[in-house]
Structure formats: structure tokens, C-alpha cells
Ligand binder design. Structure first.
Ligand code: B3K
Ligand code: ZN
Length: 886
């Protein structure tokens, strides 16, 4: 039970803590139906805090058994206890507070705090889970040195882990044992972790740049021991990369990763003891797709990089969450770019940003990278904090250049090591190290919404001058009706008939030489600005926003011929891909209009030819060809349509299918050739060359299966012979999405029979079914809720079945009879009492009710139904409240 009606927490109300904790001693006694937590907190008054304030500790669902101050047991009248606060009025300047509480990890279905996942105990404390473990100052600006002891049954829980370095373990007799851990780096409670279980591990080591040996271990259940090598390699690569690129070394003697099946998100960066959702650490070619291998590599890196950007330097308060998340995503993206194909990675990032973050920014949950208020911080682990936050750091990198950016990050880490700081501190360090004024740039942190950047170009042949006019505006978002102009780095080139043209701005001397004179970063700071280029010998096609240099919606009135020119000849891979997307958007719009008029769909031959050229060009990176042949997704199309008067999901689906079918039929032979050409007999490796080839080959297979029986036969053969999960799953999808009902069901059944023992593969199987285009998919999903492979307590399964159906199957979720909406609301109602974080997250598709023409009332009715329920969680309450107010 919470204390009261959910309160809104405001950033402006931040006050330094009245007390600091210098040392935290925790003793855990783990039992089968409860755990006892003994805490001794070494507290002292904060000279920066409010003088004379009472000590006020956070707690939730704790049964207080005893409380003493400097060795004296406190009588009930000497403190006040409510559901979420423990207040002690009269305390000395510095003192020790001891408490003992009883908690019930076995009954903790919310999966935060200390809980049980299958046979093991584990924790998740970010953001505010530690208060479910003991009474504490559970805020990130209170950093303490932790000493931990864990006592448990030796047979069931031979492995007992916590943060920091291990001290000698002790057998206790009576079948129990005790482990002790000491973490010398002061940390906030959200980075605390504990694991107890019957685990096995793989071990390797890493020698740091300064020559220290670190023992690396990955702990898993015995059956998964053979699936840890890729994560171990990724960890070693990350450690080396952070030394080389950021000069950051690891600091403890050990680094541990533990895989856990029941986990609310991907992974958690607890100091020295990263806890991972098993789906983000376990890998093998038999059970993991290429995308899975890449995800493991990037998440292992992300969590490792947090050791500096997050742990050594942490956040002062949760409004600063993007300080660690945006920066760390920027770091893991740069790492992945260095490990694989940088352009393909960038395209994938932009795709995620456009489909998830732009949509968030245009909806009721829109918030700035540094929010001003929240009700439940768990709702703010968003695409805006992570992905847009990373884009903001990327823009700083672009504006400063790599050397000055590195000086800025060195200054930031050195100045703030061991501190809890703000986004402002990060920007200040960047400013001071570079000498660049980022005053206006700071608006990216405070202003929500996706800016529109419209560009217009004029060529004066006589003067050989090209004038580019840029205009920016940001639409209103909840609570922010008026927006100021932002500082936007616009990277660009000008494409001429024979390649990119040299660039010289009017104010520059004619002999200005730059290393690459065909590339520029313009800085747009005003609402409108004009840039003139001299010596331009021919009318160019502007290649705008190269590398997606800013998270904006770009608008330029290209002709289709311009887009084809960019697609085939522009240097920058992102611009080439984006030109293909823009051309595809036009073709899709036209198809939608033709279908609405009852006419057959005729796809612009220019587009079809351009796709044919891509397929035929063996010099291109296959991974990029695959990306360029992929049409924008239905979710993104709906989002775009929403801003133009409302999305019709059925029309979008029909148009997209028609264009894909036209493409499949027109290039059947080329898809065949390419499919055969890319066949490989090499042993599986998750390297970028192989991944790119498989990606294009499986894209071809998808189009071939769409074109007819011959393709379906190829898919059936691939399904039977595949030597890895990427190829097998691609074949399964081709057969399930495009084959007959009988073929689909038989293949799904065959797949299940083969893989039912591998829970991560079973999740993929659930997800394929949740995203089937067939009209009875909702009924199938409902049946699957009863299937032995489904478990409503496991977040991975909830995401694979319910999450995928509601967010990745628009035609079926938005069924005209509203059954999809009722289905989701029913699930939320059941789930909210057990796991509010997951419930609030799964609710997102319903919050977009304004986007769907003709469905608004049906969607809103389900939100209202949920809002009328008694006792909705703080998490779900906040999402409903914002969605209904929009
Ligand atoms: N910091 C964690 C996310 C915690 C989510 C809490 N609800 C993982 C990460 O971003 O690395
Ligand atoms: Zn993170």
C-alpha cells in the first residue's frame, strides 16, 4: 500500500539531503519464506543540507523488527513509521542507526528490490527498489561505502554475490554458509546488488592498461554454460575500447555478470556485479539470431561503460537520468560502430529514433531529455532519455569535434569522480574544455518535441552560387506551448553530376583549404538562416543531415530523380538510405491513394528500377542493400499519417503489402540471383560480413516467399536445412507470414517441437505468432496465454506475446471491433497488481488514441475503464492520467 494519492515530484524542488551515509553495513539472512535484513548505517548531518531537519528514511513493504540508535533500542514513540517513511526527529550530528526488517522476496512479483527468479535470489534496485530491502536514504546523491554479508543454505545457494571485491567466505555449520563483500567505491543504493543461487560460471581475465589483472566471470544456470562466450568476448572488447577511446580503466579486482530469467528490462549496471536479463547475455548460433548477437554485444558494452558514466560519476537526482543513460548510449553506439558496420548501425539507430522516440515526442508522454516532473520515475526510462539523450551528446561531439570532445569528457570524469552531478555539469565540462559557448545548445535538454527543419535551395547559374535557406520550428508539447530556436548542427554535402562538389561559404576566402572540402557542418541557431556557397559549378542536389547530424524531421522538396541520384551516388550512407526511405514513402502514399480510389496499385517505375539497381550492384555492402530495400514500418507510417489528420491502419497495411508485392514480382529473378549468390558454407560467425550477407539473403527470401510458391519452397528448404537461428527464424517468418494456413501451422508446430526446451527460442516463437497478419491472430494470442510455454509472471514472455501483438501488429491490435483494445486493457488490469512497471510499459499503444482515425472512442473507452479501477499503481496511474488529458 502506498502512503497517499500519487504525488508529482518536481525538479525545481530538489534539496540536498539533510544526512549523508558514510558506511552501509548490510547483513542478509536468506530463508525459503522470508529474508531478514540487518542494516547498520553510519550517518552524519550534511553541512549542505537543511539544518535541524529530522532523519527521514524511505521504505516500502518492510516489516520493522527492531531499530536502535548508537546501540540504544528506540521505543515506538521515538520514531514515526508510515507505509513509506520512517522518521526519527531527534538525532545527533553523527550516529549509527541499526535496523532489522523482514521482507518476503518469494512474494515479490514486481521484480524490483530483492526477489526470486526461479531458484535464485536477485535484486533490481534502480531507480527506487532499494527501499524495498531496508530503511534507507534511497536517493542517488547519497553515496556510501558498502560492506555486505549474505547467509544462506549452502546446498541451494552455493554462490553468494554482491558488489565490489570478495572477502573470505565462512561455512556456518547446519548446512548454511556466509559470504562477505566490500565495495570500496562509494555508491548510491540504486547500484547495490545481491545474487544467491546454484550457479555455474565461465571465467577469463583482463589486464588493464596499467597492468592490473581483473577476473571476469559470467554466472548462469548449468544448462547455459555453453552460451556465454560471446558475452565474455564482448566484455573484453568493451574494457579495451573504453581504455583506448575514453582513457577509462576498470577499478575492482573482479567483474561479474549474472544471467536472470525474470527481469523487467535488459540489464543493470550494479557496481562490479551486472545483472542481465538472460535474453541479453546468452548466445549461441543454434538459438540466437544475428540481431541477438549484436544486442548482447551492445548491452554488455552499455552496462560496462556505466562503470564510469553512471557509477564513478552518477546522477544527483532522477531528473538527470539522461546524464548517465544518454551518454552511455552514445558510448555504446560508438563502440558498436567500431566493432561492425558504422553506417548500418547508424541507420538502425535512426530507425529506432524515428519510430519510437519521435512518436513519444508527439504523444501524451512527451518530455524533455531532462524532465521537469514525474509521478513514477520508472516511467521515464524512455526513448527520449536514452535515444534522444544520446543524440544530444552526439551533437556536442559533432560541434566540438572528437579531440575537444575527449578533452571535455576527461575533464568531466576527473572533476566529478565520486560525485553525483547534473546534466549541467556535463555541459559545463564540455564548454570549459573546448571554449565553445553552449548556452543556446542547452535548450536541447529542456525543450521537448521533435524539431522540424525545412530546407530550400536556390541555384544561381550565372553567379555560380547556391543558397540554402534553413528554417526550424518545434511543435508545442504538453506543458510547453512555445518553443525557442535550438542550436542544430546540419552536416551536409552538395551532390553534382560527377560526385560531391567542393564547398566554400561566401564569407570564406577562395583559397580556404579543409581536409575534406566536400563536407560541412553548418550551425543553425536562428529560427531562419541562409547559407551561401560560392563557386558551385552546377545545380546540386543537397545531401542534408549527413549521418543524421541532429534528431529532427527534415523537409526538402526533392524530385524523385533527386532522390534516385542521392540513393545511388551520395557519399554518406545515411543520406543514401534516407533517400530510399523518402522515395518509398512517396510510393506508399500513391499506393494508398490508388487503393482508396479503387484503382490498381501502380508503383513508380523509378522506384522499382532503383531497387533493381541496388540488387544488381555486387559492390555495395549487402547489409545496406537490405536496409534500403526495407520499406518503412507500419508503426512509423501510422505515426507520420497521424500528423496529417489521422492514420488508417488497414489502408497503410494494404498499401505496404501492395508495394512489397509489386517489388517482389518485378524483381523475382534478381531476388533469386541474389539469394543464390549469397549462399554460404562457411561456419557461422557473428561478424559484420556474414551478418550483412545473411541480412540481404533473408530479405530476398522474404520477397520471394511473398511472390509465390517458388519462394515458399525455398523458405521450406531453408527452414529444414538452416545451420543457425538467423536463417531458421527468417524461414519460419517467411512461411508463417506468406504461406498457406496449413503450411504456417505445420511449420510453427515443427519449430516448437524442436525448440520447446529453449525458453529464449520459445519467446521468438511466441513473437512470430503475435505478429501474424492473419485476421484471427488475436484469438491465437488469447489461446497462447493458456499454452504451457507462456508464463504471465515472466516479462520476456509478456513482451513477446502481448507487447509484440499490441505494438508490432497494427492491423490486428486496431481491429475495428475494438477487441484488441479490450484484450490489452484486460491484461493491464490483471498485471498491474503484480508488476506495475511492465503494466505501465505495455499500456503505451493505447495512449496513442488520438492517432487512429475512427478508433479514438474505442481506445479512449479502455483507458477510462482502467482509470476507474480502484488501486491502480502509481506507474499505470501516471500513464493513464497523461493519456486521458491529451
Ligand atoms: N540502468 C538500467 C535501467 C534501470 C531501469 C529501472 N527501471 C539499465 C541501463 O540503462 O543500463
Ligand atoms: Zn544504461
Amino acid at each position: 500500500m502506498r502512503d497517499a494519492q500519487p504525488q508529482v515530484i518536481q525538479r525545481k524542488d530538489y534539496r540536498p539531503p539533510a544526512f549523508l551515509i558514510e558506511r552501509t553495513e548490510l547483513g542478509f539472512e536468506l530463508h525459503e519464506d522470508h529474508a531478514l535484513v540487518n542494516a547498520c548505517l553510519h550517518l552524519r548531518r550534511n553541512p549542505e543540507g537543511e539544518p535541524d531537519a529530522a532523519l527521514e528514511l524511505h521504505g516500502q513493504e518492510l516489516e520493522l523488527l527492531s531499530l536502535s540508535l548508537d546501540g540504544r533500542e528506540l521505543a515506538p514513540g521515538e520514531y514515526q513509521l508510515s507505509a513509506e517513511r520512517l522518521v526519527v526527529e531527534a538525532v545527533p550530528e553523527s550516529f549509527q542507526l541499526r535496523s532489522q526488517v523482514r521482507i518476503r522476496p518469494q512474494d515479490n512479483t514486481a521484480l524490483d528490490g530483492l526477489y526470486k527468479s526461479r531458484a535464485m535470489f536477485c535484486t533490481q534496485c534502480e531507480a527506487e527498489g532499494f527501499r524495498k530491502i531496508t530503511w534507507y536514504l534511497d536517493r542517488p546523491d547519497v553515496m556510501a561505502e558498502f560492506h555486505v554479508s549474505i547467509e544462506a543454505d549452502q546446498g541451494r545457494y552455493p554462490v553468494l554475490l554482491s558488489n565490489g571485491n570478495p572477502l573470505a567466505p565462512e561455512p556456518l555449520g547446519n548446512g548454511r554458509h556466509r559470504a562477505r563483500w566490500h565495495d570500496p567505491f562509494p555508491k548510491p543504493a540504486y547500484l547495490f546488488a545481491l545474487v544467491a543461487g546454484d550457479l555455474r560460471h565461465i571465467e577469463d581475465k583482463f589486464r588493464t592498461a596499467s597492468g592490473r589483472d581483473v577476473t571476469l566471470r559470467i554466472y548462469v544456470e548449468e544448462k547455459d554454460l555453453d552460451k556465454c562466450d560471446h558475452a565474455m568476448l564482448s566484455l573484453q572488447q568493451s574494457m579495451r575500447w573504453d581504455e583506448e577511446v575514453y582513457g577509462r580503466e576498470y577499478d575492482l579486482d573482479v567483474f561479474h555478470i549474472v544471467a536472470v530469467d525474470d527481469f523487467n528490462m535488459g540489464a543493470m549496471e550494479n557496481k562490479g556485479l551486472n545483472i542481465f536479463n538472460s535474453s541479453c547475455v546468452l548466445c549461441s548460433p543454434e538459438i540466437t539470431t544475428d540481431a541477438g548477437f549484436e544486442r548482447v554485444q551492445s548491452i554488455v558494452a552499455h552496462e560496462y561503460f556505466h562503470n564510469w558514466s553512471g557509477n564513478r560519476v552518477t546522477c544527483r537526482d532522477w531528473f538527470q537520468l539522461s546524464l548517465k543513460e544518454g551518454f552511455t548510449v552514445f558510448r555504446d553506439e560508438a563502440f558498436s560502430a567500431d566493432m561492425g558496420s558504422a553506417t548500418v548501425k547508424r541507420v538502425e539507430e535512426v530507425n529506432t529514433l524515428r519510430s519510437a522516440q519521435f512518436a513519444e515526442d508527439a504523444g501524451p508522454m512527451s518530455h524533455p531529455v531532462r524532465p521537469d516532473s514525474f509521478v513514477e520515475i520508472s516511467n521515464f526510462y524512455t526513448a527520449t532519455i536514452y535515444q534522444k539523450g544520446a543524440e544530444v551528446v552526439r551533437m556536442i561531439h559533432t560541434l566540438l569535434g572528437p579531440e575537444r570532445f575527449r578533452q571535455g569528457s576527461d575533464l568531466y570524469f576527473e572533476r566529478h569522480d565520486g560525485q553525483a552531478v547534473t546534466c549541467e555539469d556535463f555541459v559545463l565540462a564540455m564548454e570549459e574544455a573546448s571554449g565553445m559557448d553552449l548556452t543556446q545548445f542547452r535548450r536541447w535538454y529542456s525543450q521537448a518535441g521533435t524539431p522540424r527543419l525545412s530546407a530550400r535551395g536556390e541555384y544561381d547559374a550565372d553567379a555560380q552560387r547556391y543558397t540554402l535557406s534553413l528554417r526550424q520550428s518545434t511543435p508545442p508539447t504538453p506543458g510547453q506551448p512555445d518553443k525557442e530556436p535550438l542550436m542544430i548542427p546540419v552536416a551536409l554535402g552538395l551532390l553534382g553530376a560527377a560526385g560531391n562538389l567542393p564547398l566554400r561559404l561566401t564569407e570564406e576566402a577562395p583559397d580556404t583549404e579543409t581536409a575534406d572540402n566536400t563536407h560541412r557542418v553548418l550551425v543553425l541557431a536562428e529560427a531562419e538562416q541562409t547559407f551561401c556557397f560560392e563557386g558551385v559549378m552546377e545545380a546540386p542536389v543537397p545531401a542534408l543531415l549527413r549521418g543524421f547530424s541532429a534528431p529532427v524531421r527534415i523537409e526538402y522538396d526533392y524530385s524523385s530523380a533527386d532522390l534516385c541520384a542521392l540513393m545511388s551516388r551520395e557519399e554518406d550512407g545515411f543520406v543514401r538510405w534516407d533517400a530510399a526511405q523518402q522515395l518509398a514513402l512517396r510510393v506508399l502514399d500513391a499506393a494508398q491513394e490508388q487503393l482508396a480510389a479503387g484503382a490498381p496499385v501502380e508503383v513508380d517505375p523509378l522506384y522499382l528500377d532503383a531497387c533493381g539497381e541496388l540488387l544488381a550492384d555486387t559492390a555495395l555492402d549487402p547489409a545496406m542493400v537490405a536496409e534500403m530495400l526495407r520499406l518503412p514500418g507500419e508503426g512509423y507510417l501510422a505515426e507520420l499519417a497521424a500528423s496529417r489528420g489521422g492514420a488508417d491502419v488497414d489502408a497503410i497495411h494494404a498499401a505496404r503489402n501492395a508495394v512489397r508485392t509489386a517489388l517482389a514480382q518485378r524483381h523475382a529473378a534478381a531476388f533469386q540471383d541474389c539469394y543464390q549468390r549469397l549462399a554460404s558454407s562457411e561456419p557461422y560467425a557473428p561478424d559484420s560480413a556474414q551478418i550483412g550477407a545473411r541480412s540481404l539473403r533473408n530479405t530476398c527470401l522474404d520477397y520471394l516467399a511473398l511472390a509465390g510458391d517458388e519462394g515458399l519452397e525455398l523458405a521450406a528448404a531453408q527452414f529444414a536445412d538452416a545451420g543457425n537461428m538467423s536463417d531458421r527464424l527468417a524461414a519460419l517468418q517467411a512461411l508463417a507470414y506468406h504461406g498457406s494456413a496449413a503450411q504456417r501451422d505445420a511449420t510453427l508446430e515443427w519449430f516448437y517441437q524442436d525448440w520447446q526446451h529453449e525458453t529464449l527460442v520459445v519467446n521468438q516463437w511466441l513473437q512470430v505468432q503475435a505478429t501474424l497478419p492473419a485476421a484471427d491472430t488475436l484469438e491465437r494470442v488469447q489461446r497462447l496465454l493458456q499454452h504451457p510455454a507462456f508464463d504471465s509472471r515472466n516479462p520476456n514472455k509478456l513482451r513477446a506475446l502481448i507487447g509484440a501483438f499490441c505494438s508490432a501488429n497494427p492491423v490486428n491490435f486496431h481491429r475495428a471491433d475494438g477487441a484488441g483494445y479490450r484484450f490489452l486493457a484486460d491484461r493491464i488490469e490483471e498485471l498491474d497488481a503484480r508488476n506495475p512497471q511492465i503494466a505501465a510499459r505495455l499500456l503505451t499503444p493505447l495512449t496513442k488514441w488520438r492517432n487512429y482515425r475512427g478508433r479514438e472512442q474505442l481506445m479512449r473507452a479502455q483507458l477510462q475503464r482502467l482509470a476507474a479501477l480502484p488501486n491502480v499503481s502509481r506507474d499505470v496511474y501516471e500513464v493513464l492520467d497523461k493519456a486521458l488529458a491529451s
